[in-house]
Design a protein around this ligand. Sequence first.
Ligand SMILES: [Zn+2]
Length: 395
Amino acid sequence: MILAHKIALDPNDRPETYFRKAAGTARFAYNWALAEWQRQYAVWKADPTGSNPSDPALCKQLNAIKGDPFPWMLEITKNAPQMAIMYLGRAFKNWFAGIAEYLTFKKKGRHDSLALTNDQVTVKGHKVHIPNLGSVRMHESLRFVGKVLDGTISWTADHWFLSVTVEMPDPPSIRRENQAVVGVDLGISALATLSTGEKIGGPQAYAAAQKDLRRLSQQFSRQLEAAKVRAGLEPGQPIPKGMHLAWSKHMVKTQRRRARLHARVANIRADALHQLTTDLVEQFDVIAIEDLNVAGMLKNHRLARAMADMSFGEFRRQLESKAAQRGKTVVVVNRWYPSSKICSACGYKMPKMPLAVREWTCPQCQTHHDRDINAAIHVRIVAESSVRSSSPVSA
Ligand SMILES: [Zn+2]
């Protein structure tokens, strides 16, 4: 089982400069190798007696010439360009296999990153050690214990992050009697509702950050309109193709704050999801969730915002990997099962259940339901019956 953990770094000046240089070198190597690959491929197509381009050959080629036209490459661990070219080879393979888009050249800035092999990344407590550079502080320690496969240092918004992939032994599968089963309803009003009646809300910091984000977006739109007017355009008029609109200092500042806040919102959400999935696998043996067709539901506009916010796909991925680590079971209930329409007490099926209805009373047994708790109980009931039917019969 391979897991990844992304941790924020606290680099001071020296690592910061090194990361920038190394990420620049990795980007340069990638772009150089992509251009060279395309050139060699065209030659090979015209005359297939020669050799097809490959990432090891390109690595060797760049290594042989780098000191002369590109002396600045010598300042950086050779791992950085090597890994970049290896990833290029992998991306080409995916493209040939038809599972990825054609490759494009990397631009400076937003997604700067540098990948390192496991011998270049030593994680100990709250520090990561990188040869030629030294130790860099991490915001938290590595969550998984196992063999480190590789590490990627990347720039997001205004922070450097280290993402470490770790290989862990697969845990034995345990099946106990009297397993604690919980049904989970992922929701719009709460992050999750459990069949135990517990509601887990999204963090308050998240709502506050979202509000700030909306305010900054509005502020940016106003500043953009003002810049357009200064450039002689009508208010609301789209920027003509090819025209370069000069950004004011205020716009640059707003945009930077917005990027920082976006990253913060993403971090809060990620933390809340990790907390929820960890709690679930620690408390219960069997966790039942609905198989929500996320892509399909995102087409439904009313749900889209809330769905995207709650990262359901990521929720399921985390839950499954954490359950696997602890020998717990995740049961995925068929997505077409109308769990919110069926009374969990008597099985009566309501003909209609609009999303706006948060509470209802069953016309058959008079049980009063909270919509989400009822749905969560239903998911649990369906999961219990499927776990029972798949358990070995004991004598
Ligand atoms: Zn009922």
